[in-house]
Write a protein that binds this ligand. Structure first.
Ligand code: PEP
Ligand code: MN
Length: 343
């Protein structure tokens, strides 16, 4: 439910509405983005109290309109927040007119690898450097990441080449540590419904890149975002990274580009696309990257490795720095064709 106050509403009247909501055990939030004061009720309202609450609020002095929000995830919905949100990661704005490129290796492997990648992707136009220190691998025998050393190398590379950083966190207990090393936390597809992790990332106040689970519906995805937003952390970027495919012969996942315009329509949160995990083979990554920008994505996260054949994870889907540079040139043309640009 959203309460739109009259333009002339006094601060006492606004306060009285907030009090009335909290006195019923519900959470009242003042909402940005309106020339009138707007108050939202973030908690679920039981159906039997809804009509009475609606009438009581409508009758209060200073109240203009009371509107039901039909979507169950309120904070993530565009009904709740009409203007598109911009998430700031250091000086980088995700969700504005310009599309933002995030690039880097699947995993941080050593100093030379992350430094060479950082320098190359920065030069090519990436605004954030990615690199996993904790890798959620399907097999326990696969490379699991350098953990602490990986965090330190990523931070060093970010500082040396003046580029913001993002890395995945897989354990809620690591959130506070990881936050000290990077500018943005990534919650991976496998952890999209790890609720303690979502809550810990929300409480951190740090920007969060939330990936869609491979079998998650868009409603489940937005509920996951809601967990973070409900901790009063507005800095959430959604990432489509492909859903379970019908057939793994030719692609790793099926990149659901439908999700891009739909999420942009029903939510105010920025939406980016991961073409690397989405299709899973480097030779197809440029085509789907361009398609994602054409579909309205606010950015891309692309895996780039200085020597993909020797990569310890996801080499088959990683671009070389040269391939990434060539891709960026074509992305600029696509962005321009739809009235946007690459940041
Ligand atoms: C990754 O970005 O390296 C990763 C593991 O992605 P996802 O969670 O989308 O599989
Ligand atoms: Mn990967």
């Amino acid at each position: 439910m959203i309460i739109l106050m009259d333009k002339e509403a006094t601060s006492e009247q606004i306060h009285a509405v907030m009090e009335m909501i909290t006195a019923r055990g519900l959470r009242a939030l003042s909402l940005p983005g309106s020339d009138h004061v707007a108050i939202g009720i973030a908690s679920a309202i039981a159906p039997d109290v809804r009509p009475d609450l609606f009438n009581s609020l409508k009758a209060m002095p200073g109240v203009g309109h009371v509107v039901h929000v039909s979507r169950p995830y309120k904070l993530a919905s565009r009904e709740f927040h009409a203007a598109s949100s911009i998430v700031r990661v250091r000086t980088v704005e995700i969700g504005g007119d310009a599309c933002v490129l995030i690039a880097g290796p699947c995993a941080v492997e050593n100093r030379d690898q992350i430094f060479r990648t950082a320098e190359a992707v920065k030069r090519a136009g990436a605004k954030l450097l990615r690199g996993g220190a904790f890798k959620p691998r399907t097999s326990p025998y696969s490379f699991q990441g350098l953990h602490q050393e990986g965090l330190e190398l990523l931070r060093e590379a970010g500082e040396r080449f003046e580029i913001a950083t993002v890395t995945e966190v897989i354990d809620p207990h690591d959130v506070d540590t990881v936050k000290q090393y990077v500018d943005m936390l990534q919650i991976g597809a496998r952890n999209m419904q790890n609720f303690p992790l979502l809550i810990a990332a929300g409480k951190s106040g740090h920007p969060v890149l939330l990936k869609r689970g491979p079998s998650a519906t868009l409603d489940e995805f937005l509920f996951a975002a809601e967990y973070i937003l409900a901790q009063e952390n507005d800095n959430v970027v959604l990432c489509e990274r492909g859903v379970h495919p019908l057939d793994r012969t030719y692609t790793r996942n099926t990149l659901d580009l439908n999700a891009v315009p739909v999420l942009k329509d029903i939510s105010h949160l920025p939406v980016i696309v991961d073409p690397s995990h989405g299709i899973g083979f480097a030779r197809y990554v440029p085509a789907v990257s361009r398609a994602a920008i054409a579909a309205g994505a606010d950015g891309l996260i692309v895996e780039v490795h200085p020597d993909p054949q020797k990569a310890l994870s996801d080499g088959q889907q990683s671009l070389t720095p040269e391939q990434f540079e060539t891709l960026v040139v074509s992305l600029r043309c696509v962005a321009q064709a739809i009235g946007r640009e690459i940041a």
